[in-house]
Design a protein around this ligand. Structure first.
Ligand SMILES: [Ca+2]
Length: 297
């Protein structure tokens, strides 16, 4: 075989290897939605767009600049026999794995979205009336309607937590009364109307680490009440499905959870259910977002 023939043969083989092995591999990695499997802190497959944060257990969602935590799949006891009638009965709920914001959505995140803001009478403007202490980036977004909360999470590529997701993220799987356990609220753990800071403003969204939930979520008790996806139904716990319940039958009210900075300590219990009209807004209302996990085979 001449030198020219050998070179030609080598070139053909190189081309063959490129077409058969390298090109398909490159194409599969470059195709949209075909990213390689990436594992989170709990060994779970992470949704596209979610990254591990520097601190163990933290995840980062770039679009809204949020930090999230993972709540693994499993069951928990939802409701309470010691609270209001709509918290009964205690019933077992199974939830698929999901992510939830570690902090309430802040004013800084709201400004980042550039979304218009609806008034009570349904007109829209660029910014809400600022609270007395002004719009401070690290304070929770507040005075917000359910509709505006939905607009934000849609923009962020996330969603509102269901009522069940909110409660599990707040009190874990052992039926505790508050995110931190069963001890009474203290100023290190939560902000409600007796807290010194409540005379001046809300607390920073990353405050009250001592009151974090079993999953490390802050301010699930107090600071601002948080909108959930569910339509409120007083009797829902007596008839809800066991797996991934969410109440979406028509109704007047949407659910809020967790208590607020101008309200009583009795509203800090993690099983307590609150409700308002979707276009209601008050200074003690805000929200946080959730994200579905990837279904495991
Ligand atoms: Ca809160």
């Amino acid at each position: 075989m001449t030198r020219t023939c050998r070179l030609t043969t080598v070139a053909r083989l190189t081309g063959l290897v490129w077409m058969v092995f390298v090109l398909p591999l490159w194409a599969s990695e470059a195709a949209p939605g075909k990213s390689k499997t990436r594992l989170g802190w709990h060994g779970e497959t992470m949704p596209g767009g979610l990254e591990r944060g520097e601190q163990q257990g933290d995840y980062l969602w770039a679009r809204d600049g949020s930090t999230m935590v993972y709540v693994p799949a499993g069951s928990f006891p939802m409701g309470s026999d010691e609270g209001d009638a709509d918290e009964r009965p205690i019933h077992t709920v199974y939830l698929d794995g999901y992510y939830i914001d570690k902090f309430e959505v802040s004013w800084g995140q709201w400004k980042r979205s550039g979304l218009p803001y609806s008034t009570r009478i349904g007109t829209r403007k660029q910014q809400p009336e600022p609270p007395d202490w002004g719009i401070v980036d690290h304070q929770p977004m507040q005075n917000v309607t359910w509709n505006d909360a939905r607009a934000f999470v849609d923009w962020a590529g996330k969603r509102l937590p269901t009522e069940a997701e909110w409660e599990k993220a707040a009190r874990g799987t052992d039926g505790r009364t508050y995110p931190w356990g069963n001890e009474k609220p203290s100023f290190e753990r939560a902000i409600w109307k007796d807290h010194p800071i409540a005379l001046e403003s809300t607390g920073s969204v990353d405050c009250c680490a001592a009151g974090a939930s079993p999953y490390g979520v802050h301010n699930m008790a107090g600071n601002i009440y948080e909108w959930c996806e569910d339509v409120y139904a007083k009797d829902y716990y007596a008839r809800s499905p066991e797996r991934n319940p969410v109440q979406l039958e028509p109704g007047r009210y949407r659910v809020l959870r967790g208590g607020g900075f101008v309200l009583e300590s009795t509203e800090l219990r993690s099983a307590l259910r609150y409700r308002l009209l979707p276009l209601d807004r008050t200074p003690y209302i805000g929200f946080r977002a959730a994200l579905a996990g990837v279904a495991e085979d």
